[in-house]
Design a protein around this ligand. Structure first.
Ligand SMILES: *Cc1c(COP(=O)(O)O)cnc(C)c1O
Length: 383
């Protein structure tokens, strides 16, 4: 196996050298003035990414821990919850709510489809009394982007809180937490945020705080009131992953230097080129264009060529790692991530490798056809 590797999975994603360098700084105490200054800088920048004027709590745990924090702080046993499920991560969010004793009304829109707003409208009108609505911004398991602005407008008319899993979107796909009326927005370090795994970030609206303060579920490490109290002094409740804080500071600098609008445009362009290439090769995309994820593209397996065999050739012969399918899509799709520290040439490498792997497995591929389609998109000649 060659040593040079191309990691093209939806997390962990490649980490930029400047972020790696920032993380190798000597350790500092987390109760020091230096840490407070670092945390304060991070707050100013991350609120721009979340597009919120509220505090964003940075917790040392994976994204799922962030989702659990969201649930633990607002859901009490017996509360009714509406879960909008479009794939594996939507199901996980619903299961976390169940673990905290919620009575979950789960609506499954089908893997590969987005949330249908008319169904959400009906659900909210037909059965009032939901404490929270759970939604996934970018369903990583299917490569589907959901309309959080649309869901937010509907939920905001009710007393329910909107909890959004933005783990594979925030940092690569625009989200306006305040304007779109998201009550709790969760993301994590290892996807579009360009960091190693280990941090979750969680934004909380004033509407959510009113609920959090009355919540009866047990919470200790995941207590948002404890996090809030600590953040008032630019601190964290417990020892944070200081190295990842250094990295986050650097990653946010990179994002803001590029300009958030440009970051979002870049992801859209990479998705567009990937999709054009996949189509040019005669393969089928799982998600339709109108709901296609800007950060990850899911491709259906071909007749007679198992997605996992294809991934094996890609990895062993070319050092390229694509992700497989999850849950009911296991073996049925493969996923190409283009999130975070990803550029045009990464897409060309992915597609070029895909073409060669298909050829190895006997698929009648015209070499260069997919690469060319992606190049046309990058040159603006695809119109
Ligand atoms: C990766 C991911 C998660 C899980 O995050 P972990 O850091 O693995 O716990 C949750 N939701 C979505 C949408 C994801 O892509």
């Amino acid at each position: 196996m060659q040593e040079k590797q191309y990691l093209m999975i939806p997390g962990p994603t490649p980490v930029p050298p400047s972020v790696v360098a920032a993380m190798s700084r000597p350790m500092i105490g987390h109760r020091s003035e230096d840490f407070a200054a670092l945390h304060r800088r991070i707050q100013e920048k991350i609120r721009q990414v979340f597009q919120t004027s509220q505090e964003v709590f940075i917790m040392t745990n994976s994204g799922t821990g962030g989702l659990e924090a969201a649930v633990a702080n607002v859901i009490s046993p017996g509360d009714r919850v509406l879960a909008l499920v479009t794939g594996n991560f939507g199901e996980r969010f619903a299961n976390i709510a169940r673990a905290y004793g919620a009575e979950v009304d789960e609506v499954n829109f089908g893997w590969g489809n987005p949330v249908d707003l008319s169904v959400v409208r009906e659900k909210l009108a037909g059965s009032p009394g939901y404490k929270a609505v759970l939604a996934t911004q970018n369903e990583t398991s299917t490569g589907v982007l959901n309309d959080i602005a649309g869901i937010g407008a509907l939920v905001a008319e009710t007393p329910a809180l909107l909890l959004v899993d933005g783990v594979s979107g925030v940092g690569g796909i625009e989200i306006k937490m305040d304007e779109w009326q998201v009550d709790i927005l969760v993301t994590a370090s290892q996807k579009a945020m360009m960091l190693p795994p280990g941090l979750a970030m969680i934004g909380v609206s004033p509407k959510a705080w009113a609920v959090i303060e009355e919540n009866r579920s047990p919470r200790f490490y995941f207590s948002l009131p404890a996090a809030k109290k600590a953040l008032a002094k630019w601190n964290t409740a417990y020892t944070p992953n200081v190295a990842l804080f250094f990295g986050l500071d650097a990653a946010l600098d990179m994002m803001l230097a590029e300009g958030l609008e440009n970051v979002y445009r870049r992801h859209l362009l990479l998705a567009k080129a990937t999709r054009a290439a996949v189509r040019a090769l005669g393969l089928s995309l799982l998600a339709e264009d109108h709901c296609a994820s800007p950060t990850v593209t899911a491709v259906q397996s071909l007749e007679g060529i198992a997605a996992d065999d294809l991934r094996k050739v890609l990895k062993e012969e070319f050092g390229i790692t694509f992700a497989g399918g999850q849950g009911i899509l296991k073996g049925k799709i493969f996923r190409i991530a283009h999130m975070g520290y990803a550029g045009k040439m990464d897409v060309l490498i992915a597609i070029s490798g895909l073409e060669m792997a298909l050829a190895r497995l006997g698929y009648p591929v015209e070499l260069g056809k997919g690469v060319r389609a992606a190049q046309e998109v990058f040159l603006g000649r695809d119109l």
